[in-house]
Design a protein. Structure first.
Lengths: 158, 394
């Protein structure tokens, strides 16, 4: 059994093998693998005993269940109205500049992916972004650069 | 002006008296029917935006016969401009849990879920701690009720109650046809009460202080208080508990930056009110007051005169186009065409009269879309286009 198979088996042991267990299992795989490969989805289908097309159909519905390879840290910048009004664009430039990637891309070392997201629920402290599950609010280009260099140092870059 | 300045601040929701154990054990000594009557006489309506009477919802579920029933707390707070539920769950989670358990006691449900949006995953560890302590106390007082967190994964539409249940059942979050309503056939086909986070906390207030105290606040048809999420061009962004029924003019006096051009009430799916209508608009449910009454899930976004209303509408439509679940054609294609349409008018590729065609399209969506998402696009679209037509064209 390879590592993905055993991860999926562990998740199924924890959440069950019913249809209701599907989302928690998908989330568990994304949490560890950063995304759902075709292989993982086929394995999940086998484990839960439903058609792989159903797994794929469900997974692709949800914006937080990535089905393309992503970096270890997924940056989701809120693009909804208040964040857009309060300097999201400048902040986005700062991120792109620092990571040398464009929106939707992943750094060559597979550490960072840059995405946009709809309302994150921090409009009173706009602009906001998520890095994986961590929230960062009232951002400015300077603040963004500090935060990102913190993540880079953690990973032995710079 | 001093006279009309009548925003009434209230402090129920975030007041933390730490007495939930007492409230819970006292409340479940009363008869279910008595508690339902209490809720009904408070006239509490759902605080997620739709405004269904909460007492009635609990009553219908209690009347259903079933071996299993569920209570779901809807914490999939995705409407642009609202962030109150997050604050409730991080500051007073015990009130929510207590309300869920009381609901379980009244309706006969022994299992509850909190559907927490993926964006709020950072709340999960603390919330789980609270749940553990809460369940421990439930065992102590021999109340059979357990609560689990179910994480969402970034889909606005899952805030719609039946889409949320589909999602919990491991499917795409596509809304179901109603009827049957969740009170009859909800999660896993069993009778289910599903309430917004804030609604549940209001029931806590009612069980603690009695229906009268709640009913005495607000105005006719819109009783009690409401949490407002205030953002945009305001010197005071944040979360405020206010009495329902206030005029928008008073709200703007309090929260505006002196140059407020318009206020979006109820998020992207709500209405935009231009300055000239502030004095005629009141915040509350339909069926009272003179002028316009605006129901809201609490999202209040202020725009000052530096903002282009075209950009605002463009942003909303992009939001709806992405978040439409794609199941029904009016919403899926409608949202796309509305966005393409206003862009074409802006670029001069379509005449200004094309905007009227687009408004007719939103009317069609309102009539034919399956759920609230597609139906409510008309609200913001027509209120923005009708009031700021010149900004759409030039």
């Amino acid at each position: 059994m390879d590592s993905i198979q055993s991860l999926i088996k562990d998740l199924a042991d924890e959440y069950g093998r019913r249809r209701e267990s599907l989302l928690p299992i998908l989330q568990g795989v994304v949490e560890r693998e950063n995304y759902l490969s075709e292989y993982s989805m086929i394995e999940i289908a086998r484990e839960v005993d439903i058609p792989a097309s159903e797994v794929y159909g469900t997974a692709t519905f949800y914006s937080f269940l990535e089905t393309k390879p992503t970096g270890k840290y997924i940056i989701r910048v809120c693009k909804t109205i208040t964040c857009a009004m309060k300097g999201k664009t400048q902040m986005m430039f700062a991120i792109q500049d620092m990571l040398k990637i464009k929106l939707g891309e992943t750094t060559p070392d597979n550490r960072f992916s840059l995405l946009e997201s709809n309302c994150l629920g921090w409009c009173h402290k706009a602009p906001a972004m998520l890095i994986n599950n961590e929230v960062y609010t009232e951002l400015t280009p300077e603040k963004v650069r500090d935060i990102l260099s913190g993540y880079m140092k953690q990973n032995g870059q710079i | 002006m001093a006279n009309s300045h009548q925003l009434k601040r209230v402090d129920f929701i975030f007041r933390n008296d730490n007495d939930w154990e007492k409230i819970l054990s006292n409340t479940i000594k009363k008869k279910p029917q008595e508690l339902i009557n209490e809720l009904m006489s408070s006239e509490l309506k759902g605080r997620g935006g739709a405004g269904f009477p909460t007492g009635l919802k609990w009553k219908y579920t209690a009347e259903e016969k079933s071996d299993q029933k569920y209570v779901i707390c809807n914490a999939d707070e995705g409407e642009p401009g609202t962030f109150k539920d997050r604050e409730i769950l991080s500051k007073v989670p015990y009130k929510v849990l207590t309300a869920m358990a009381v609901c379980g006691y009244i309706t006969g449900a022994t299992e509850g879920f909190i559907y927490l949006r993926g964006e709020y995953k950072f709340l999960e560890p603390e919330l789980n701690k609270a749940i553990n302590e809460f369940e421990y106390y439930c065992k102590d007082i021999k109340l059979d009720f357990k609560i689990n967190i179910f994480m969402g994964s970034g889909a606005y539409i899952c805030g719609e109650e039946t889409a949320l249940m589909e999602s919990m059942e491991g499917r795409r979050g596509e809304p179901r046809n109603k009827p049957p309503f969740p009170t009859q056939k909800g999660y896993l086909g069993k009778p289910t009460v599903i309430n917004n986070v804030e609604t549940l906390v209001h029931t806590f207030t009612i069980f603690k202080f009695g229906a009268k105290k709640f009913y005495d606040l607000g105005v006719q048809y819109s009783r009690g208080t409401k949490l407002f999420s205030v953002s945009g061009d305001t010197p005071k962004p944040g979360i405020f508990e206010l009495e329902l029924g206030m005029s928008l003019q008073d709200f703007v006096y309090e929260f505006g930056d002196g140059d407020t051009k318009s206020v979006q009430v109820g998020g992207a799916s709500g209405f935009l009110v231009p300055r000239k209508s502030f004095k005629d608009a009141a915040i509350g449910f339909k069926g009272k007051l003179s002028g316009i009454s605006l129901p809201t899930g609490g999202s209040m976004m202020l725009f000052n005169s530096s903002r282009s209303m075209y950009n605002v509408l463009d942003n909303y439509l992009e939001f709806f186009r992405e978040e439409s679940c794609g199941q029904c054609t009016p919403c899926r294609v409608g949202c796309q065409q509305l966005l393409l349409g206003i862009k074409a008018v802006k670029r001069g590729e379509k005449p200004a009269s094309y905007l009227d065609k687009l408004i007719r399209l939103t009317e069609t969506m309102q009539l034919t879309a399956k759920c609230g998402l597609g139906q409510s696009v008309a609200n913001s679209f027509s209120s923005i286009v009708e009031n700021f037509r010149e900004e759409m064209i030039y």
